[in-house]
Design a binder for this molecule. Structure first.
Ligand SMILES: *Cc1c(COP(=O)(O)O)cnc(C)c1O
Length: 426
């Protein structure tokens, strides 16, 4: 009797989700560039439409290239199922669509990607879903923000752009006590560095656009179901528990158990709201993910070298990187992601705003643009770009003061990156 050993992370990154194509024997998952799929007969079609059998109907809802990507993400993350969609923002919209009714609230850490702050403040507000802000450094602020209308808590495992590491377990306890799911945006960490389900998270979301795809060439997002939340404990999640009129009264939680959230996000939210991932993008992200462990380790190793060099340079006022021993997040880095603290961080130049502008204008190897998680090293000066509409006071509150530079360290030789920053600062 042989015991099946669970394959390691690198093996899963390459093989999970990817089968030999049954029609052609192609080894690499093909790009299934089709909108629709032929039914065996009327009975088969009826069973698919009624969710009595899983299968391909129409690419807005599922596609075989997308399916391989979903299986790979679920395996690496340790979730029960995943749904891949058009972007990280689409993933966030679909998750909340499954959980929220107009007039209800969710709590989010203030330390989030700027685009998520916009989405929660503006678009979600227009849907009647109200965000209540808390402080990722103060778990008690989440407890204080709870109300009868709270339906979820949302945090980033490693925050963009500050790179701070969030104490997931402590916030998971607040969520558990309040019986609401904890949603963790794991974009900056990827499952190579942090697997939030092991720390009490219930749902993980991704912008696959960043480190998961890794090459700056495709947009994508994902929702991963932890399968560890009891949606039926009370009547607060009716979309998941109540008879569904668009599926002849089917109750999702009763029928699908630990993959309910992933199913609801697909057959209700994605079906009706529509942000499907393109098969070509699913293919490019699948290819990128095959090298995820190699890339992430190199990203982290390079980021540490660059951060250490910056920290000892006279022209630099401060460096905020959780991998540095001087960081207040160093202990959390050791606890949650000892392999590395990610590759996005900020630093401040003594010369203030003008020095920041000069630096981004003078780099040659770094690309000056608004993205992270590319093989290429990226740089931006938030005060003159993404945050240029804010007052100085607001800039400082957002961690984007006039002297702040954000970098996403890529996979080049670290000596070349250091030399580029050195010449640009000179
Ligand atoms: C980029 C990003 C998002 C949004 O993802 P898109 O793919 O750009 O829609 C969400 N969260 C984090 C942490 C991000 O960096």
């Amino acid at each position: 009797m042989s015991e099946e050993k669970t394959p390691g992370f690198a093996t899963l990154a390459i093989h999970a989700g990817e089968k030999v194509d049954p029609a052609t024997k192609a080894r690499v998952t093909p790009i299934y560039q089709t909108t629709s799929y032929v039914f065996d007969d009327a009975e088969h079609a009826a069973r698919l439409f009624a969710l009595k059998e899983f299968g391909n109907i129409y690419t807005r809802i599922m596609n075989p290239t997308q399916e391989a990507l979903e299986a790979k993400i679920a395996a690496l993350e340790g979730g029960t199922a995943a749904l891949a969609v058009a972007s990280g923002h689409a993933a966030q919209m679909l998750v909340f669509h499954c959980l929220m009714k107009p007039g209800e609230e969710f709590i989010a850490a203030r330390q989030l990607y700027g685009g998520s702050i916009n989405q929660f403040t503006n678009a979600f507000h227009a849907f009647g879903w109200h965000v209540v802000w808390a402080d990722a450094d103060d778990p008690d602020s989440f407890r204080k923000a709870l109300s009868e209308k709270t339906k979820a808590i949302f945090i980033e495992s490693i925050a963009n752009p500050s790179g701070q590491i969030v104490d997931i377990e402590v916030i998971a306890r607040v969520a558990e006590e309040a019986h609401v799911p904890l949603i963790v945006d794991n974009t900056m960490a990827t499952p190579y560095l942090i697997r939030p389900f092991e720390h009490g998270a219930n749902i993980v979301t991704y912008s696959l656009t960043k480190f998961m795809a890794g090459h700056g060439n495709s947009m994508g997002g994902a929702i991963v179901d932890g399968g560890n939340f009891d949606w039926g404990a009370d009547d607060r999640y009716p979309m998941l528990t109540d008879p569904n009129p668009s599926y002849a009264g089917l109750r999702l939680y009763e029928t699908f158990g630990e993959i309910t959230l992933a199913i609801a996000a697909r057959v209700l939210s994605l079906r009706d709201l529509g942000p499907a991932i393109a098969p070509l993008n699913a293919f490019l992200i699948l290819t990128g993910m095959e090298t995820l462990p190699l890339r992430m380790q190199r990203h982290c190793d390079n980021a540490l070298k660059v951060a250490e060099w910056l920290e000892q340079d006279d022209r630099v006022a401060w460096v905020k990187y959780s991998g540095l021993k001087s960081s207040p997040y160093y202990a959390l880095h050791q606890k949650y992601c000892p392999k590395g603290a990610g590759s996005v961080f900020t630093f401040g130049l003594k010369g203030g705003y003008d020095a920041g502008v000069k630096l981004v204008n003078s780099v040659k190897l770094f690309s000056h643009l608004a993205n992270i998680g590319d093989v290429r090293s990226l740089i931006i000066h938030p005060a003159s770009t993404t945050h240029s509409q804010l007052t100085e006071e607001q800039l400082i509150a957002a961690g984007a003061g006039p002297e702040v530079i954000r970098v996403s360290i890529g996979l080049e030789d670290p000596e070349d990156l250091i030399a580029d920053l050195d010449q640009a600062m000179a």
